[in-house]
Design a protein around this ligand. Structure first.
Ligand SMILES: O=C(O)CCC(=O)C(=O)O
Length: 302
């Protein structure tokens, strides 16, 4: 995946605005060709053509592409089997701005591919830091729009500035059918009236801080998809205490090393890289919630 245009560096005002608001939009960061490539890669991943998907929804041999895609809401860690998804993680038009707002040294630990066909649910208010504990406040999502994302088809909503507390609000289960099985944050000093919709064109990227309260609503369009590839990054200067340490191991030195370096240098390169995560399907909440924490390779992430 090569970009036809290279973004110029963010201005210092743009960097200040990002830290103030907790999010920014990189318009047209990916070309139309790159988006078409991601869209067809999504079909290949759902069909199982790129490798094993835990929780895959059956044999799709005799189904057309739409029949396949309409079954999937979200696939976690697609970059572990898809070179196209892996390249997107390293896209220069995303990595350049990230190295300005996170740190010169940046690593990625997670990817998620949202398909979200018409009628599929959104995800309730949450903070990504709840799931991925960087604790240094450097956790950052890069949400690549693979379709025009609108209020109607379930774009992201954010509460600007909500990251600045640096507080992890409590999260609870919910039975709100507008949303998938992931939990819902509560106890924060905001209402839905403080939220704004982030409508973006395909190829644009929403970059947001891991403490920012955000959600998405269901896809209420009559047809079509609201696809997005979301990658999560943090400063490579910090350890990542993700997933409980083994017995006898201290959390203070635990460091999740299933990472992809995308900028600068890795001060912990001497530890090597692990292969811990595996692609899996997130249940959409309509057919009941499966608990991946009980799976052998189970990873509870957002
Ligand atoms: O795209 C969505 O519907 C939800 C994405 C999200 O909440 C996230 O990436 O943390």
């Amino acid at each position: 995946m090569t970009a036809t245009q290279t973004f110029s560096a963010l201005t210092s005002q743009q960097v200040r605005d990002y830290h103030e608001n907790g999010f920014m939009v990189l318009e047209h960061a990916l070309t139309a060709d790159e988006i078409v490539q991601l869209q067809s890669e999504a079909v290949a991943i759902c069909r199982g053509d790129r490798g094993t998907l835990q929780g895959a929804l059956g044999d799709h041999t005799h189904e057309d592409d739409d029949q396949v895609m309409q079954q999937y809401l979200c696939i976690h860690f697609p970059h572990k089997i898809s070179p196209v998804a892996l390249n997107a993680i390293k896209h220069p038009n995303i990595v350049g701005p990230l190295s300005q707002v996170i740190s010169p040294d940046v690593k990625c630990m997670q990817s998620m591919l949202f398909i979200k066909a018409s009628g599929k649910p959104g995800q309730a208010w949450h903070q990504d830091e709840y799931y991925i504990p960087t604790r240094d406040r450097s956790l950052t999502g890069a949400w690549i729009a693979m379709d025009d994302a609108t209020v109607e088809n379930g774009c992201l909503w954010v509460i600007p500035g909500s990251h600045r507390h640096g507080i992890l609000w409590p999260q609870h289960d919910h039975d709100d059918r507008r949303f998938d099985c992931a939990g819902e944050a509560g106890g924060y000093p905001y209402t839905d009236d403080d939220a704004i919709a982030v409508e973006v064109k395909a190829g644009s990227v929403v970059v947001f801080n891991g403490y920012l309260l955000h959600r998405s609503l269901p896809n209420r369009a009559k047809a079509g998809y609201r696809r997005a590839l979301v990658n999560h990054y943090m400063s490579a200067q910090s350890l990542l205490p993700w997933h409980p340490p083994k017995e006898g191991q201290s959390v203070s030195t635990h460091d999740f090393r299933d990472i992809v370096m995308v900028a600068g240098t890795d001060p912990y390169a001497y530890k090597g890289i692990d292969d811990i995560t595996h692609p899996h399907v997130r249940p959409d909440g309509k057919g009941g919630c499966r608990d991946f924490s009980q799976d052998k390779q189970g990873i509870k992430d957002n």
